[in-house]
Design a protein. Structure first.
Length: 128
């Protein structure tokens, strides 16, 4: 699978999560977005690069993040987000596709676990 296919597959995986919304990040004077911010109930869990260098930023358990940075050269830090809880995964590096998928699921699950009961009910489609 080539790099663009990896990005497309990850995008499809993130888009398929229940209750997910995306916000396009378009830099000034650009006509197309270069990132997509993924949120569940207005809480961000991923930022996917869709133009230029291909990477994804994911929320992560702080102990796991430390271990992953030691294990893979392709996992580091990229933004102003707290490096204890956020990792940047280069999609063209040494991180296996299955691990990237697992980390994307982990990020979504971490954010979903922090939702209130009311938000969880709304996510499940319950009215109240």
């Amino acid at each position: 699978m080539n790099l663009s296919q990896r990005t497309a597959a990850l995008k499809a995986r993130l888009d398929a999560k229940p209750g997910v919304t995306t916000v396009a990040g378009t830099p000034p004077r650009a006509s197309e977005p270069n990132t997509l911010r993924y949120k569940v109930m207005d809480k961000m869990f991923a930022i996917l690069s869709v133009r230029g260098a291909e990477w994804v930023i994911l929320k992560c358990d702080e102990h796991l993040a430390e271990t992953l940075r030691e294990q893979y050269a392709g996992i580091g830090h990229r933004t102003h987000l707290d490096p204890r809880f956020w990792i940047c995964v280069a999609l063209d590096a040494d991180v296996p596709e299955a691990e990237i998928d697992r980390l994307a699921d982990h990020s979504y699950d971490l954010v979903r676990a922090g939702l209130t009961r009311k938000q969880m009910a709304h996510l499940r489609g319950e009215t109240g």
